[in-house]
Design a protein around this ligand. Structure first.
Ligand SMILES: Cc1cc2nc3c(=O)[nH]c(=O)nc-3n(C[C@H](O)[C@H](O)[C@H](O)COP(=O)(O)OP(=O)(O)OC[C@H]3O[C@@H](n4cnc5c(N)ncnc54)[C@H](O)[C@@H]3O)c2cc1C
Length: 391
């Protein structure tokens, strides 16, 4: 095991650190209150090519692997106060750009990645429906064969970036065998006739500066050339996107936790109560130690998951373990940070925002209980195989 930081990780981290002053937004508190995504900040990310990090260099990307992308998003999480913006970028990269780069045809990559590079386009990834949340197999959006293409009908809910997106990667049912191979993935322009996006972003507890909305597909005509991968490959494409989100998108929270730990430590050093800095009261000092331990455990699990993605075949349990640890850690650390800051921690600002931004993390990219169910299924298989080996 090599724990040294590779030169490419260090370079991207330094690049993001240098960008931090440009990403600082004095209006963040107000935008967070109003739930406003910033096109200006998105433009800054695009000018630096951060909106195409995992795409091939020949098509305007940086060709980053999972470990490098995780390093980049961790650095953004730490140095950009607008976590909603980083979340919007991470969802676009992991669930739109990465599947295109990995599964898209040569023509699709040429067409879409070049346009994303030049136009700073924003992607939205749509699978969830009112009756198909954790249970994606209950999906009712259908793509029915019609001539040399498909007709798409259905409604997708809670879609990150939907109100501000330029294109949509959508999963729809193309089969009825009852298996995960019943789905196919399509890529569509926002302006496609019959595609309607809710006008007002949903109001939510955290990640408020990411725009979230619903997308209705009403007799939408899609050409066969808009299908990513072959018919029936939507399940594996979706699964791969989720593994990248659980690993790389969640690395954003590692960066947030690192900033939060430093803020909490500084507060505990400088705030004096009962004639001593708070950090000299052991109960507070141990809270800081617990925050550090959770962060480091989550970070190691993320590094292991990223390594697994970069050395296929990926072990899906690695990204599930990482996601469970990161989401648990960011909520617990968020609570500890508020507690250490006392009343000032509940006033509107970075500390209370970090906690609110952490709350939805146990739901998207695979809810905690559902990931645990998968882990236990895998564990039972391992146990059965191990006991057969013993017999
Ligand atoms: C901030 C945010 C961004 C999102 N972005 C997107 C996006 O870009 N694209 C997209 O398609 N979707 C997106 N979603 C939706 C997300 O994928 C769903 O919220 C998620 O799949 C869970 O579905 P649900 O909300 O319907 O909850 P449900 O599936 O109804 O689950 C509710 C609770 O029940 C638990 N539960 C469910 N099944 C079981 C079970 N078998 N055993 C034990 N417990 C169970 C869950 O763990 C959860 O705690 C986003 C959600 C959030 C919060």
């Amino acid at each position: 095991m090599d724990f040294s930081i590779p030169a490419r990780h260090a370079r991207i981290t330094e690049e993001i650190l240098a960008l931090a002053p440009e990403l600082h937004d004095a209006q963040l508190q107000e935008r967070d209150r109003l739930g406003l995504f910033s096109r200006d900040l998105w433009g800054i990310l695009c000018r630096r090519g951060l909106h195409l990090l995992p795409a091939p260099e020949s098509l305007g990307g940086r060709g980053l692997g999972a470990a490098e992308l995780a390093a980049a998003l961790e650095a953004l999480g730490e140095h950009c106060d607008d976590t909603g913006l980083v979340f919007a970028l991470a969802a676009h990269l992991c669930a739109c750009v990465h599947p295109l780069a990995l599964h898209g045809s040569t023509e699709q990559k040429q067409h879409w990645l070049t346009r994303i590079a030049q136009g700073g386009l924003i992607g939205a990834h749509a699978i969830t429906e009112e009756q198909a949340g954790s249970d994606v197999n209950a999906m009712s959006t259908v793509a029915v064969r019609e001539g040399d293409g498909y007709r798409l009908d259905g409604v997708k809910r809670y879609i990150t970036n939907a109100p501000v997106c330029d294109f949509v990667v959508v999963h729809a049912r193309t089969g009825h065998s009852g298996s995960f191979l019943d789905f196919s993935t399509f890529i569509l322009e926002r302006k496609t006739p019959g595609l309607h996006i809710s006008a007002q972003p949903h109001e939510k507890v955290g990640l408020r500066t990411t725009a979230m909305g619903d997308i209705c597909f009403d007799a939408v005509r899609v050409d066969e050339s808009q299908r990513i991968g072959c018919e029936g490959s939507g399940g594996p494409i979706f699964q791969a996107s989720m593994e990248w989100e659980r690993t790389c998108l969640f690395a954003m929270y590692l960066g947030v936790m690192r900033r939060q730990l430093h803020q909490s430590c500084r507060r505990a050093e400088t705030r004096v109560q009962f004639d001593r800095p708070l950090i000299e009261h052991q109960a507070i000092a141990h809270r800081l130690a617990d925050m550090k331990v959770r962060l480091e455990a989550a970070r190691l699990a993320t590094a292991r998951a990223a390594w697994s993605l970069d050395h296929p075949p990926a072990d899906p349990s690695a990204s599930a373990v990482a996601k469970l640890l990161v989401s648990d850690a960011c909520i617990r650390n968020g609570l500890d940070a508020v507690h250490i800051h006392g009343a000032s921690g509940v006033l509107s600002g970075d500390i209370e925002r970090q906690l609110r931004n952490a709350i939805p993390s146990t739901l998207f990219s695979g809810a905690s209980e559902v990931l645990k169910n998968h882990l236990v299924r895998q564990l039972r298989g391992e146990c059965r195989r191990a006991s057969r080996g013993v017999e």
